[in-house]
Design a protein around this ligand. Structure first.
Ligand SMILES: Nc1ncnc2c1ncn2[C@@H]1O[C@H](COP(=O)(O)OP(=O)(O)OP(=O)(O)O)[C@@H](O)[C@H]1O
Ligand SMILES: [Mg+2]
Length: 254
């Protein structure tokens, strides 16, 4: 295995009495695209927030480039965030800003690029995700869901992050647009040589973009392997999840 970009060991996080992460061990080698699957409420978003230093785990360790994330101060957090990009589930674009200002946000705010340069760069990245320059001056509210995802992706990659998080990148898209976004994700991640962590329920997307898949269940990573290994596994939890069956060891709590 190549060197680890992210190494998570024995991570625990509870909210009050509710145990969410209960000893997560996970390693993402540099340049790998890892997809974490798991039911609603299993703690996938909490896991990402812990890696980003936005939530503090109760115990355990998260190393990014061999440096501990748990317990870092604000200044160290800034340095950590400058390595990271994120595509949010709902796009999470600012409607008060134009499309290009959304894409260039980090370049202007944190990388201190001047506005003119940042706009040129934003338009270049928008082109990369298949959006014409005339989209740059529109408001995100004037775009379709698929276009908003593209803008969200452009924003996630604009500052050339080493690590990119994708939270449900294809939710709410039709299957064809979802596949277009999958292709763009693969292109962008490989183009940057980035390490990617995606969380999704969309198995078509997971199969396409993952080098490796890990399943989170009851606070632990209960299985991991390649897509090929997943198709052949007899792990009952994985089989139930990827086939979307109501019957099986996973009980849906209502
Ligand atoms: N800040 C918080 N305070 C209290 N509880 C929280 C907080 N953040 C998350 N939780 C709880 O942690 C659990 C896991 O939440 P999380 O958002 O990680 O789920 P998820 O796996 O991302 O689900 P989904 O697929 O529906 O997005 C949930 O029960 C949620 O209520
Ligand atoms: Mg979530």
């Amino acid at each position: 295995m190549s060197e680890a970009k992210i190494k998570i060991s024995n991570l625990h996080k509870a909210f009050g009495k509710k145990v969410v992460l209960d000893g997560v061990d996970l390693e993402i080698p540099k340049g790998e695209s890892l997809v974490v699957i798991g039911g609603s409420g299993t703690g996938k978003s909490v896991l990402i927030k812990c890696i980003q230093g936005l939530l503090r785990p109760d115990t355990g360790s998260i190393l990014v480039d061999d440096e501990e994330v748990v317990g870092i101060n604000e200044k160290q957090k800034e340095a950590l965030h400058s390595k990271m990009g994120m595509l949010f589930q709902g796009g999470a674009l600012f409607d008060s800003l134009s499309v290009w200002e959304n894409v260039a946000f980090d370049l202007i705010e944190n990388k201190k690029m001047n506005k003119k340069e940042a706009k040129t760069e934003a338009i270049r990245v928008l082109r990369q995700v298949g959006l014409a320059p005339d989209v740059a001056d529109l408001s995100p509210s004037e775009l379709s869901g698929g276009m908003q995802k593209r803008v969200g992706l452009a924003r996630a990659i604009a500052s050339r992050p080493e690590i990119i998080f994708f939270d449900e990148p294809t939710t709410g898209l039709d299957p064809i647009m979802a596949d277009v976004i999958n292709d763009l994700i693969i292109e962008s991640v490989k183009g940057l040589g980035a390490t990617a962590l995606t969380i999704t329920h969309d198995m078509a997307s997971a199969r396409k973009i993952a080098d490796r898949i890990a399943m989170l269940y009851k606070g632990k990573i209960i299985w991991q392997g390649t897509v090929k290994e997943m198709e052949k596994t007899d792990n009952a939890y994985v089989c139930q999840f990827i086939n979307g069956c109501s019957q099986g060891p996973i009980k849906v709590e209502v």
